[in-house]
Design a protein around this ligand. Structure first.
Ligand SMILES: [Zn+2]
Length: 358
């Protein structure tokens, strides 16, 4: 089986005090955990928050990119970079975990296609067009409909990504942006980390008509593990707990001073408090997989954990080493091995290859 997780925010952790060869107590993803989980390939997302001005975001993305290359290079016995599915299959044969690069939020390319091309040259193979706010490219699900979908520049970005063979990722995008991308892109598009709105009403989740439209164009939705996107009752619990603000503050402190051990400890303490809340787990993730499969079809669903980017992991799947529990649960629910393999990675690989070929 080939297991691929299409979205981990590990790079923003790497420029803090993290080492990928260490089995960290509060990390969701590192090489020992990936190994224990039997994970073959993982996309590390270069995430930049909208609170950064464009130059700072470009610089921060470059720093994370360098940190990924450095961390992978330090561990040649465990992992290797990958830029295509062929690379990843070769690495698997060599007993190595593949690390792919993605970019979350188009902020670092500013208003400049040459920066997009440069990030592609440096190995970035998908770009999540936006994050929690409208940017130069498009409107976000958490934005103010600045453009009414994709901007004029955004349409150029999508066309250039198609030309380069870079996947267009609509996670975090507004519904209108999603439909604009479907119409504009000449190749299937993806959501690297989104859940189903029919099961949890968060506006960032995909509605059934969106899931159907995505599948009709050959794309794939990679189900997210974040409790907030899995369950409305958890969203309510989190809001009541007052811990969300504390978590946001702790994360902002991290980004402001990545090598400050006090900021690291404060963040870890907040995570422990969040883990004490009643939260959804493996069952709910598979509920979202089931729903997406029923609506979009078995060829259009995968997994994108969002690990290392979420303030609390799902119950029973506290880090990537436990990923097998998902597939066990799928087996219990009657999925065949072939079907599980598709969701575990082969569907995403198919769309990735289509983008590269185009
Ligand atoms: Zn995200």
């Amino acid at each position: 089986m080939f297991i691929l997780d299409s979205h981990c925010d590990t790079p923003s952790q790497l420029i803090r005090l993290r080492k990928l060869d260490k089995d960290g107590s509060h990390s969701h993803v590192d090489f020992p955990k990936l190994r224990r989980g039997g994970v073959d390939a993982v996309f590390f997302a270069l995430f930049t928050p909208n609170t950064m001005v464009a130059d700072a975001a470009t610089r921060y993305a470059l720093q994370m990119l360098e940190a990924v290359y450095e961390s992978v290079g330090e561990n040649p016995d465990m992992a290797a970079m990958a830029f295509s599915p062929d690379d990843a299959f070769r690495n698997k044969e060599d007993g190595l975990i593949s690390v792919f690069l993605g970019m979350e939020n188009g902020l670092p390319i500013q208003h400049d296609l040459s920066l997009l091309r440069l990030f592609h040259r440096m190995g970035v193979r998908y770009m999540t067009l936006c994050h929690n706010g409208d940017n130069e490219i498009c409107d976000s699900a958490a934005g103010n409909a600045r453009w009414g979908g994709l901007s004029g520049f955004g349409r150029e970005v999508v066309a250039e990504m198609n030309r380069l063979g870079m996947l267009v990722d609509i996670a975090h995008a507004s519904d209108k942006t999603f439909y604009d991308c479907l119409e504009t892109s000449s190749v299937p598009i993806v959501s690297t980390h989104s859940c189903c709105r029919a099961l949890a009403s968060h506006r960032r989740n995909l509605s059934d008509p969106m899931l159907r439209a995505l599948a009709d164009k050959g794309g794939v939705v990679q189900v997210n593990f974040y409790p907030l996107f899995l369950s409305d009752s958890f969203a309510h619990t989190l809001a009541q707990s007052g811990l969300e603000e504390e978590a946001d503050r702790a994360e902002a402190a991290f980004i402001a001073s990545p090598s400050d051990p006090d900021a690291v400890r404060a963040w870890e303490k907040t995570q422990d408090k969040l883990k004490a809340l009643p939260r959804p787990g493996v069952k709910e993730i598979v509920d979202h997989i089931d729903h997406a499969v029923n609506v979009a079809g078995i060829d259009h669903v995968g997994i994108g954990s969002d690990f290392d980017g979420i303030n609390v992991p799902p119950l029973g799947l506290e880090d990537i080493s436990m990923i097998g529990r998902l597939f066990d649960q799928m087996t219990i629910r009657g999925y065949s091995d072939d079907q599980i393999e598709k969701v575990a990675g082969l569907n995403f690989i198919r769309v990735f290859n289509e983008a590269l070929r185009a």
